[in-house]
Design a protein around this ligand. Structure first.
Ligand SMILES: Cc1cc2nc3c(=O)[nH]c(=O)nc-3n(C[C@H](O)[C@H](O)[C@H](O)COP(=O)(O)OP(=O)(O)OC[C@H]3O[C@@H](n4cnc5c(N)ncnc54)[C@H](O)[C@@H]3O)c2cc1C
Length: 401
């Protein structure tokens, strides 16, 4: 199947074909390369950009994300070699007007991780750690190399990938080329359901973190979440249905945070990006598989995008080693279930001020529920806990009453 005018594209077929070719050298692509190399496969990664590659991100790594990273060989000892900041849980804050009332009510409630801790880390530092690990494992990294075409093979024939520099005929092709994946389109894997599309804006501030939690501020205009990333720096990510024209404008919707940051100096230029809740119908075809945002994504406010990339990479590498991409299709489905459930819950609170006020009130009164939700969120308790223990039912009773 020809998916592009390949004969017009440059580049001779490169000698020494890799087992795996990965399009995209972001967190997902590098994680896939590392996991595949750990299983003895030869890998090439191509990315159109050159590191350091920055991107709008909340920069919070939850405990389950750190666990997956450690399976990729980036454990606590490796993380300790770069600047980062631990956090021990999640705090929800808000100032909301109850319906029919003019008075503002403030909310603050927190839950701590049952085991371990999370870590805030600048995106570019995490990217460099992934690059270093891939390099040690012998992964070929081709920067400023744009993937321009894919010719999928017939039957057992290998696919051919062409870039602006060369052509490759690997055993497997991985599309880890982000939200707007071209590999996905060329492989006809674009069929998807999109349940939410929001816009993120990120800004770092030079200020001593005031909290040992990731703080999520709720408002009628989205969320702002604050992650400590160094002893003297925080990352603030705003997520909303509409684009904020500036960070200053975004802060006006979060007066408490605005006050905290009044004297703080922005430490770089802001960055924006869209965040989608997208589920693909399929993530594999023949010898092609998708990973990371290319394979679907969860809303940024879940803080699970990176964790999902890393867990997918481990499952995909097992499938590649066994030459059985069908098992990855199933694993991918299983892995996205929990983050999507959590994402839907958060988006429900975003869309209904009334439900949000009731929920924040309930969580403040009964922090145990928040604690249980966090346990489920980070995979320390099964999702069915909501059903089997009547947790959700009890919670809805609290909301109702
Ligand atoms: C505002 C915001 C806040 C977030 N906060 C968090 C958070 O706190 N915690 C968390 O875990 N997740 C968070 N996420 C989600 C997380 O950032 C993403 O899930 C993650 O970046 C996905 O990585 P990726 O490698 O799939 O995609 P990307 O990071 O987009 O990488 C894709 C790469 O592919 C390359 N590429 C694209 N097309 C081509 C081509 N044709 N040829 C060669 N290269 C190509 C690009 O240059 C890019 O480097 C957030 C997202 C947003 C938008």
């Amino acid at each position: 199947m020809h998916t592009d005018a390949l004969h017009d594209l440059p580049g001779p077929l490169s000698a020494g074909q890799p087992d795996v070719f990965v399009a995209g050298g972001g967190p997902a692509g590098l994680a896939c390369a590392i996991a595949a190399a750990q299983r003895g496969l030869t890998v090439e990664v191509a990315d159109g950009m050159r590191p350091p590659i920055d991107k709008a991100c909340g920069e919070g790594l939850m405990p389950d994300t750190l666990e997956a990273l450690s399976q990729l060989g980036i454990d606590a000892a490796v993380l300790a070699t770069v600047e980062s900041h631990p956090f021990r849980g999640i705090r929800f804050l808000g100032a909301e007007r109850a319906s029919g009332s003019k008075a503002l009510r403030t909310f603050s409630t927190e839950a701590t991780f049952p085991v371990g801790e999370g870590r805030g880390m600048r995106r570019v530092l995490l990217h460099q750690l992934l690059i270093d690990r891939a390099t040690v494992l012998g992964v070929r990294l081709s920067w400023e190399t744009v993937v321009q075409g894919l010719e999928t093979g017939e039957g057992s024939e290998r696919s051919v990938v062409r870039t602006n520099r060369h052509a490759v005929r690997p055993r497997f092709v991985i599309g880890a080329d982000g939200h707007q994946s071209r590999i996905r389109a060329w492989a006809s894997l674009d069929r998807a359901s999109i349940s939410a599309r929001r816009i993120g804006l990120r800004q770092h501030f030079a200020i001593t973190p005031w909290s040992d939690c990731v703080e999520v501020y709720w408002s009628n205009n989205g969320q702002a979440y604050v992650t400590p990333v160094a002893i003297d720096e925080i990352c603030v990510a705003f997520i909303a249905n509409r684009k904020f024209p500036s960070v200053a404008h975004a802060l006006t919707h979060f007066p408490e945070l605005q006050q905290r940051l009044a004297a703080a100096r922005p430490s770089n230029t802001p960055r924006g990006s869209i965040t989608l809740s997208r589920k693909l119908h399929r993530v594999t075809r023949d010898n092609i598989a998708l990973a990371g945002d290319a394979s679907g994504s969860v809303d940024a406010v879940t803080g699970e995008g990176l964790g999902l990339c890393f867990r997918q990479s481990l499952a995909l590498a097992d499938a590649l080693r066994n030459g059985d991409l069908a098992s990855y299709q199933q694993a991918h489905l299983d892995l996205q279930r929990l983050p999507h459930f959590m994402g839907r819950t958060m988006l429900l609170l975003d869309s209904s001020p009334r439900l949000r006020v009731r929920t924040l009130t309930a969580l403040q009164r009964r922090p145990r529920f928040f604690q249980q939700m966090l346990r489920v969120h980070i995979g320390e308790a099964p999702l069915r806990l909501f059903g089997s223990t009547g947790l959700l039912a009890s919670f809805l009773c609290i909301l109702a009453g």
